[in-house]
Write a new protein. Structure first.
Length: 154
């Protein structure tokens, strides 16, 4: 093989290797920042990743909001009308946060099954509900009202 062609082949090989490494780093960073949405029923079923952040959405259960003595930590339950998950958030809650309203929280599950939220987002008007929350509530309602196969129900 001619020395000029050999140098070109080595250069092309190094460029392809460099591009492959850059793509691998980009995909790894994308995968680490990917955040999925889960409803309380899915979290309780164990579908949510135990050590990776995700979004939890549903309705704040009436009567479940408990403010801790430190003034910033709040515990409350989020439900999809089938299952309930306890959420703990330290920080200032949005002005529109209240019982019975739809929320989306970002965070992780701890070892006790409590969702530790880094951020809580509340719906912004009377008619709006985050699409993920509306879909999960509808799915949970359909699953609860659909009779199980083989039960003889009409």
């Amino acid at each position: 093989m001619n020395p000029v062609r050999k140098k070109r082949l080595i250069l092309i090989g190094l460029m392809v290797t460099g591009v492959a490494i850059a793509v691998a780093f980009a995909l790894n960073a994308f995968n680490q920042n990917l955040m999925f949405f889960y409803a309380p029923s899915e979290v309780m079923a164990g579908d949510a990743p135990p050590d990776h952040p995700f979004r939890l959405g549903g309705l704040v259960t009436t009567g479940s909001v408990q403010r801790q003595p430190d003034g910033l930590t709040t515990r409350f339950d989020v439900t999809d009308n089938v299952k309930t998950v306890t959420v703990q958030y330290t920080g200032i809650l949005p002005d529109l946060f209240r019982e019975g309203q739809g929320i989306v929280a970002h965070g992780k599950l701890n070892e006790n099954g409590v969702f530790i939220a880094d951020e809580v987002l509340a719906k912004h008007d009377e008619n709006y509900m985050p699409p993920e929350v509306a879909a999960s509530l509808k799915d949970a309602h359909n699953a609860a009202t659909t009779p199980a196969a083989g039960t003889g129900a009409p």
